[in-house]
Design a protein around this ligand. Sequence first.
Ligand SMILES: Nc1ncnc2c1ncn2[C@@H]1O[C@H](COP(=O)(O)OP(=O)(O)OP(=O)(O)O)[C@@H](O)[C@H]1O
Ligand SMILES: O=P(O)(O)OC[C@H]1O[C@H](OP(=O)(O)OP(=O)(O)O)[C@H](O)[C@@H]1O
Length: 419
Amino acid sequence: MAVAPTMTMQGSLAGLQQLELPRTSYLGSQLGSQFRVRQPCVKLSPRISSLKLHCQVSPSSTTLPQLNVDISGPGKPLQPVERTTIRLALPSKGRMAEDTLGLMKDCQLSVRKLNPRQYIADISELKNVEVWFQRASDVVRKLKTGDVDMGIVGYDMLREYGEDSEDLVIVHDALGFGECHLAIGIPTYGIFENINSLNELAAMPLWTEDRPLRVVTGYTYLGKKFLEKHGFKHVQLSTADGALEAAPAMGTADAILDLVSSGTTLRENNLKEISGGAVLSSQGVFVANKKALLERKEVLDVAHEMLERFEAHLTALGQFTVVANMRGASAEEVAERILNNTSYPGLQGPTVSPVYTNEGGTANVDYYAITICVPKPQLYHAVQQLRKAGGSGVLVSPLTYIFDEETPRYRQLLENLKA
Ligand SMILES: Nc1ncnc2c1ncn2[C@@H]1O[C@H](COP(=O)(O)OP(=O)(O)OP(=O)(O)O)[C@@H](O)[C@H]1O
Ligand SMILES: O=P(O)(O)OC[C@H]1O[C@H](OP(=O)(O)OP(=O)(O)O)[C@H](O)[C@@H]1O
């Protein structure tokens, strides 16, 4: 992809209050070339003296070029134009994109892209919500600036690009996909053969100002903080976009700092993890811009609804409803038998209800139906316990959603917003 030179518009912005860049507009006539603009709308201060437009263009490309707008001059920072729509940013590619859309679908949130080439979609169940597909790093950046209100991203990316910003607040911290950890990897051979902990790595006399420990990583913010905190004095961090595991064998780095999931990539490249070398554990998280939640009730309401749907689905994952009939003297007696003889009483306790038969149209108080909820690995054990306690006709069905009372996560969110 060819990179176009930076273009600068100077001196023409004297009285310009607002520059509208609708998604579909072309700035061709002004710039002498055609650019489709992503940034929907920005407001400029009249004190701004120059506008720089950088972009990547490929005449043959079918994808939309990215346009970044930098403002120079003594102007005030850009203020996003007030908008009434609620923006949700989702990862545009890779495993996180697929898993995120899978979660949304499982929660009955249908993300509809009007056109596969577009970066925007809607959700039929959530009116007034715009979905913007972005690279993970941009999801975080745009959450920070308030250009989007909510987003889903890996916790690793949130920490790396969020840079501990107070403008971001986690609404759900465990979406159940993208599970991995960020860790140091060093060679299993050569001078590292007997190095098995971070302390041992830091204490190697080899590292000096002239010959620092060279670490290649996509996580320079987290990596720098982590290594400094653990007493590394002479470190040189470099970045690469992928295949970091090749760097030590190529001789371009001593160690890597990258994501590990199964550990296969490390192993197959003769690298190992070391004790104390894990920076953080990560999985998909649901994040929001704090100001948007505090100042726009409609954003908080949508975040609440999405949180409830996520919780209901994730709590139910791997749980089964078990229904059995049981003879008994009374509902209380049956409930007591369940509580005393089984390990799975249900959410608050067993549901016990009388079974009505056709005989004479009266309640047959001898039989009760009981309902409990059991995690998948314990299913067979639970059925055995129920049978022992007198249960028969046991029916098992998977649970789709568990909507509990107000979720602890929502209470926590409200607390965090007060802080
Ligand atoms: N091996 C893995 N197992 C599980 N989750 C992973 C793994 N590798 C990465 N992830 C998670 O998926 C996210 C995206 O990783 P992936 O490698 O798919 O992105 P990418 O396509 O390289 O991203 P981009 O190019 O947009 O920066 C990571 O930030 C992390 O949260
Ligand atoms: O422990 P493992 O299960 O082997 O996974 C770890 C690998 O997964 C990620 O790469 P990915 O497969 O996303 O490719 P990438 O290097 O292009 O990001 C990560 O960067 C590691 O290389």
